[in-house]
Design a protein. Sequence first.
Length: 157
Amino acid sequence: MANFIEKNYRLLSIIGFVLIVFVITGGLIFGPFNEILPDSLREKLGYSTTSTNLDEEIQVRLIVDFNGFLENINQTILIKVNQTASAYTILLLANLTVEVRTFQTGLFIEAIGGVEQTIDNYWKYYVDGNAGSIASDKFDLRENNAQEISWIYKSYS
């Protein structure tokens, strides 16, 4: 066996190199590592693109309904190039004071503009009329093409 390897070392090296190239290429195209490919190639291969259009300014309508505790807010927020655009950060961009509690899953909004969560009321966000299903700091407005974010001070009852 050792004699065979010595005689065919060059051929075995080439075969090994080709196998490594096939494994790496297959992993990039079909495996979990396809995310490092350029978006144009990912699109051609049928994968969703990961681009978040960070090079574009976006406008999002922000509505904050204080449920009678303060005057409601209804304004358009311009989110600049490379600025974080989440359902949470839009509150900060509107210059509102926000109190949060941090959990492993993300931020939980406890107060907006001094109006705090109580035993009877809490803050809930909606994106284009649909209730937010993840932590507000994890909801990317650009990726989801959001047009309107509503924060509503709701009653538990």
